[in-house]
Design a protein around this ligand. Sequence first.
Ligand code: DGL
Length: 275
Amino acid sequence: MDTEMGRRPIGVFDSGVGGLTVLKELIRQLPNERYVYFGDMARTPYGTKSKQTVTRFSKQIASFLQSQGVKAIVIACNTASAVALEDIERDFDLPVIGVVKPGAKTAADTTNSGHIGLIGTEACISSGIYESYLQTYRPDVRLTGRACPLFVSLVEEGCIEDPVTTEIARRYLSAFKDTDIDTIIMGCTHFPMIEDTIQRVAGENVRLVNPAYETAKETKILLKENDLLNTEDIPLDEEAYRFYVSDAPERFRRIADLFLPLSISGAKQIHIEDY
Ligand code: DGL
């Protein structure tokens, strides 16, 4: 392995704190890696914006991450993965991975009834991207989608265990009641933060799919294939985990601290429009 390249960090990004659910799994499966995380707190949510806008934002973030010397990019956002993955793959000379394909693969392997529910942002559901990938894995499955945009704001507000979140979940998930759906894809990286509430409301017979596990697994494979895996031990310091945001660093830190297996001293605010 080229050690210098291997030591470089992996770039991870999302519209806000949601991508931390993917980062958490990356750290678990790839503990020897360094990470640079960017949360676009100033421009969240992405899920209600157009493909052009989300693609422009995503490309700016990819440029920023490239300027930080990353060796690969994980798009830890379903919305950006759905609409901007191809553009980023084309325009950046780096291995890039999104969360949608791994999520579809896990769901196809999980369902017994062949009927899958998908919850996500407006943009992700209407892109039809999960259907396309599911078709390639299991053409016999049916997918019923339900946009759940308020979940994103509730998580960004830190309403993780909250009666309001439960009530909104009841309304959204009523679309799946009295159906043969046995698997629900959490097709937005914010949603695993309220997984307990979603599971309680969906019922114990429904399996929730968090695409993060398979995404981290595929990231490892991709790094191996490109001879980029770091096998050396790393010091667990602020250099190994760097956090950047476009706004609200203190709010970001509070939620990250609740959620990550490490305590972060802070996130640095940058002006993303410069990239
Ligand atoms: N976490 C994101 C996703 O996976 C985006 C949510 C949003 O900004 O609307 O889709």
